[in-house]
Design a protein around this ligand. Sequence first.
Ligand code: GLN
Length: 486
Amino acid sequence: MRLHQLTIHEARDRLTSGEFSAVELSEALLERILAVDNDVKAYLTLTPEEALAQAHAADRLLGSSQERPGSLVGIPLAVKDVLCTQGIRTTAGSRVLDNFVPPYDATVVARLKAAGAVILGKTNTDEFAMGSSTENSAFFTTRNPWDLDRVPGGSSGGSAAAVAAAECLGALGTDTGGSVRQPAGFCGVVGFKPSYGRVSRYGLIAFASSLDQVGVLTRDVTDAALLLEVIAGHDPRDSTSIGLPVPEYAASLTGDLRGVRVGVPREYFVAGMQSKVEEAVRAAVDVLADLGAEVHEIGLPHTEYALSVYYLIAPAEASANLARYDGVRYGLRVEGESLREMYTTTRGQGFGPEVKRRIMLGTYALSAGYYDAYYLKAQQVRTLIKADFDVAFEKVDVVVGPTTPSTAFRIGEKSGDPLQMYLSDVFTLSMNLAGICGLSLPCGFDDAGLPIGLQVMGPAWGEEQALRTAYAYEQATEWHTQRPVL
Ligand code: GLN
């Protein structure tokens, strides 16, 4: 097997046994990027010099008998470009931050570095993580490694494509309504969104602060557990991060599902979804049952409101968060005759159409006279959506369903129709609204050879349950071993 195709855990074992060096591993990945990224376009910024310096440092650690190397020593990873990286351009996929160089690292980036990881570069994203295809990136659209005419999903499409195309061994993404899980599903990799508060948001360029969470994209479940263990945990710089101890996630990967209660929500099989997706997910549930899980049909009766609720709350929070891009404090500044004109031309030229749409929707939903009818009502229904899960998790340990209603769509197919685009997140939004965790892992292919994602959801702080279930399924199937030919 070529070095760039290794999983994190395989690479870690072989680095420790001295089979190859961290520099050799990073060089192999950088070569792979040169070979395929002209087609895939996963990266916005590459950092080969920093990466090789980190790889040299990793080799010194691996060769030293005094120091115990961190758990990701020498592992080449990628980071979505909404996470601040000290001294390295961080754009959030927006013209407004085209030349922004953060003076500090996001906590998750600092934790990767402290664990010894090598950072290869920053991956493409929909502008401010608003989108489901990377077509809203101000720079270019990333392509799905399984079919270059199709989208990789979004907004963490660059990270998902980079993992699927073996342009890194794993990556960080962010998920506000599905942006880790949906692209993971479209690209045939594992994508895990932890519970709200499990991972620090410090240094994450905010989209919707009550929904945003940093997640991981990897080639298998074991790697997801390893990465999550590094980035999770309390951070005094994020008051919403929880003070609970971080479990050893890898230890929950027992392969045993006996006695695990799996809920399958009726509402997650809807008219209009791709029949092959439903088939693959139903077959996956049968596999779980064969492995000893107890399967129960459950109801999540407020599911049908999730999309409307999300598209009030997320834009409302975005409209407040994005007020800071005024030409004074960050990034782009376009001069005008007056201060007001400077603000309006900076924002007019700096933001793309989807971001402007969200700011307008959000400002409207929060405005006097409409607040009660829209924003407040949405928050009330959000409570009902969360209560659906509270009831469900009294009866079951995990909930299983499709990640998306269809497989990857064609570039341009939905970009003219925001509602169609929003619909690709119908099965992922609820977890963000409820604050619970969820992951997507490969569970089949459609007739066009495109990957299908299985979503496994756990309660808040129930990451181990979700990982355990996903791992047992993965071990019993071969889907995760399939790789796109590039
Ligand atoms: N696609 C959804 C949106 O456009 C979710 C994005 C995300 O999770 N960042 O808002």
